[in-house]
Design a protein around this ligand. Structure first.
Ligand SMILES: O=C(O)CCC(=O)C(=O)O
Length: 250
């Protein structure tokens, strides 16, 4: 599969949707490994690697990160489809980061604040994307992603403390002009939504009483990216103080 024909629309809009990105066999293998990881590994992890809305309720698991300590997820970073898609969109050699998992458990208040990933990553140039693959049907009711089309071409916007676990920073001046340019991304399991590191995105809470909204994602960096050390140290200090205020053990 080649993805080069998608680069022009990615460069223009700051996102692309690839329907049927993973086959049903790819998806079955991934979900069985996620089930194993949640059952066997998550109970052993520090709070900072597996976030719960309410730790006494396992069904409220909402986010996992740093999953690469597990051999399956460490090797997933080399998955040929993911690497080919990232290379085609970024136009250079790439390096995938550790996988992540995002959930909005059914019927919970778990919005994703509007943000730009590179506010968290601090990469220069911002040659970085996120490939986000839903594991459930995702629509407006259960909190689909919403992208602000073309926003990656206008630089970083001011962010401030969101107090949302897992998404510590949100855009402080998000307004009607942004809302008017939002594209709602409704997906089937195994589709991929890919966004540039400076594309503004957000998601509503999951208002479905019965359906989760789970997704598996990897951030992929182009080889030309460098960490802006000062900006990153500032971000980490802010994150640590928010986690302490929320009573998380790190
Ligand atoms: O899953 C979500 O609601 C947001 C995910 C996200 O912001 C990201 O992967 O960059």
């Amino acid at each position: 599969m080649t993805y080069h024909h998608r680069k022009p629309s990615f460069d223009r809009d700051g996102f692309v949707i690839v329907r049927g990105f993973l086959s049903s066999a790819d998806l079955a293998e991934l979900t069985s490994n996620l089930d194993r990881y949640i059952r066997d590994i998550v109970p052993t992890l520090p709070d900072s690697d597996a976030f719960y809305l309410d730790k006494s309720k396992p069904e409220t698991l909402k986010q996992m990160q740093h999953m690469g300590k597990d051999a399956y997820f460490r090797d997933y970073r080399q998955h040929p489809k993911w690497v080919a898609l990232a290379r085609a969109l970024l136009g250079e050699e790439v390096e995938a980061q550790e996988p992540e998992w995002f959930n909005k458990p059914a019927g919970t208040e778990s919005p994703t604040p509007p943000h730009q990933d590179n506010y968290y990553f601090n990469l220069k140039p911002p040659q970085v994307i996120t490939i986000w693959v839903p594991l459930d049907v995702v629509d407006a009711e259960n909190g689909c992603l919403r992208y602000v089309s073309g926003s990656h071409r206008r630089g970083l916007r001011p962010h401030g403390r969101s107090n949302v676990l897992g998404f510590s920073q949100g855009i402080t001046d998000y307004g009607p002009d942004d809302t008017a340019r939002e594209v709602r991304v409704e997906l089937q399991p195994g589709d991929a939504a890919v966004h540039h590191g400076e594309t503004i995105h957000r998601a509503d809470p999951n208002r479905s009483p019965t359906r989760n909204r789970r997704a598996f994602a990897m951030v992929v960096k182009g080889e030309s990216c460098r960490l802006d050390d000062e900006g990153h140290a500032r971000y980490l200090a802010n994150l640590k103080s928010q986690h302490q205020q929320m009573g998380l053990k790190t």
